[in-house]
Write a protein that binds this ligand. Structure first.
Ligand SMILES: NC(=O)c1ccc[n+]([C@@H]2O[C@H](COP(=O)([O-])OP(=O)(O)OC[C@H]3O[C@@H](n4cnc5c(N)ncnc54)[C@H](O)[C@@H]3O)[C@@H](O)[C@H]2O)c1
Length: 426
């Protein structure tokens, strides 16, 4: 039996509820290695509701807390890790507090609301000697693992261009009102960061970026949507009828990877008319059409002789593709090229992988795949088009990642107390 890591869930909103389902998949797998011992939310109702759901789903009721410090004090060494699923603007404070208390951390993406917020967490983790893993679930989708293996295995030759586009959303509130507020978690940052991670996961590090961001929809309306997976129905009727966004809702960018390949990236959450999504990679010998995340649809490999491979034969072009044992168990084999689960079921399986990895890293003293530094690089790439558009010139990933270029984020950093007020206009 592997060691079981006692973990607390901090943040019991929509994603917190989804994490509970991830823990259920892990608990009922052959690789179960963590125990949910506590849930914490400043909204006591949300914490109690999550504890009730956990009792029903996991068969054991975690303890309920409305105060992180109180939880840490009371549980002491009975707690080894915390999973942070609060709104983005609170991540840096909660993560730093957990790390200072000696807890290992699984933090939902984005690691923090600004690059400086990420650095605060990186430094706190170093001081504490604790692990930070960032919940980048898209890259754990077996289909994205396969795409990366196809590219790495030379299936399309030398990669030249990746196009990553998602457009839609109109003027509806995207999941929650806070996702439209610059100081809380702007939708382009909150959701767009998934694509920053996928771009880097597929084609490696990015060197430079030019881009523009926009705030198209000055008013957003409550459509009563239950949000991804239906988990937000509990709250959406209490959202205001409309909000006036302060955070951007569209990002348009061109990237140059360290390899010299080009990336075109659009994350537009204000798209009207026909929604559109594209993920294509073009190389010197062929191209890949990749499906949406978490839908299990097959990748299509197009070769110059007109062949289009969209079935199991694609595996011949990805000799290095092997899922880790838990992923193989949850998705039906170590060389899966398609799968067919409901969205919520897929989502929970991917989250199970995150929890398993964290607990395994804690037991073995290893670093996770998406470290705090990796999460920081994802956030820097997401902010790069904001900063580049503001400066009217391309920026390097490095200058955004080390906050030499931070003009857009400065106001948020001041509001979050991450830089002094007098640096606001410096
Ligand atoms: N990986 C994904 O696919 C995915 C999808 C949705 C959300 N997320 C991420 O999950 C996180 C949460 O998003 P959400 O949609 O669940 O938000 P939400 O607003 O539904 O829930 C946030 C919860 O955190 C609680 N909270 C806020 N401050 C707190 C604090 N200091 N201590 C304890 N609890 C606190 C709130 O009361 C609320 O219950 C965000 O980082 C978001 O980006 C990830």
């Amino acid at each position: 039996m592997p060691e079981r890591i006692p973990i607390a869930l901090v943040g019991c909103g929509g994603m917190g509820r989804r994490h509970l389902r991830g823990l259920v998949h892990l608990a009922s797998s052959s690789y179960s290695n963590s125990d949910l011992v506590a849930v914490c939310d400043i909204n006591q109702d949300n914490a109690t509701f999550a504890a009730d759901e956990a009792a029903e789903l996991l068969g054991r009721r975690p303890r309920v807390y409305a105060d992180l410090a109180g939880m840490v004090r009371e549980l002491g060494s009975d707690l080894q890790a915390a999973s942070i699923t609060t709104d983005v603007g609170s991540h840096h404070k909660i993560a730093a507090a957990c790390l200072e208390a000696g807890l290992h951390v699984l933090c939902e993406k984005p690691l923090a609301l600004t690059v400086r917020g990420c650095w605060l967490i990186v430094d706190a983790a170093k001081r504490a000697g604790c692990i930070v893993s960032v919940g980048e679930n898209y890259r754990r989708d077996p289909i994205n693992r396969l795409a990366r293996a196809l590219i790495a295995g030379g299936a399309i030759g030398t990669p030249r261009l990746m196009i990553e586009t998602s457009i839609g959303g109109k003027d509806a509130i995207a999941i929650t009102p806070w996702r439209h507020m610059k100081h809380a978690g702007t939708i382009v940052v909150d959701a767009g960061i998934h694509y920053a991670d996928i771009l880097r996961f597929y084609l490696g590090e990015v060197r430079s970026i030019y881009g523009e961001v926009r705030l198209h929809e000055k008013v957003r309306y409550n459509t009563g949507s239950a949000g991804p997976g239906g988990y937000y129905a509990r709250w959406s009727s209490d959202f205001p009828d409309q909000v006036e966004p302060t955070g951007e809702d569209a990002l348009y960018a061109q990237l140059i990877f360290e390899s010299g390949a080009i990336g075109q990236w659009i994350s537009d959450y204000a798209g009207h008319g026909r929604p559109s999504r594209t993920r294509r990679v073009f190389g010197s010998l062929g191209s890949l059409d990749c499906p949406g995340d978490r839908d299990g649809q097959p990748i299509v490999l197009h070769l110059d002789d007109g062949t289009a491979i969209d079935d199991g034969r694609i595996l011949e072009h990805a000799p290095g593709y092997r899922l880790e044992p838990l992923a193989a168990e949850l998705f039906g084999g170590e060389r899966v090229w398609t799968y067919n689960f409901e969205f919520n079921d897929t989502d929970a399986r991917l989250l199970a992988l995150e929890y398993h990895e964290l607990a395994a890293c804690v037991s073995a003293g290893n670093q996770p795949e998406v470290t705090a530094q990796e999460g920081l690089a994802d956030l820097a790439l997401t902010y790069a088009p904001f900063e580049a558009g503001r400066l009217g010139r391309p920026v390097t990933l490095a200058e955004v990642a080390n906050s030499r270029v931070d003009g857009y984020q400065r106001e948020i950093d001041v509001a979050l107390g991450l830089v002094p007020e007098d640096l606001h206009t410096a």
